[in-house]
Ligand binder design. Sequence first.
Ligand code: 9UX
Length: 72
Amino acid sequence: MSREIEFAVAGMTCASCVTRVERALKALPGVESAIVNLATERATVIYDPSTTTPAALAEAVHARGYDPVMAD
Ligand code: 9UX
């Protein structure tokens, strides 16, 4: 079963930032799709919860220099 999560990503200022964040997310095992919207500064990720976690998604984004903001 897959799950979808949406969270804010601060610190993106151009279209290449979007690509970088999407690539960082898609590189994680268990991530099935990652779509980042520059205008809304939000990421939507479909992932396998038996393989990865919201915390791991956030860490991957943070490691690339952007600031994920998850509700909890
Ligand atoms: Mo654009 Mo983003 O020149 O880290 S790639 S600002």
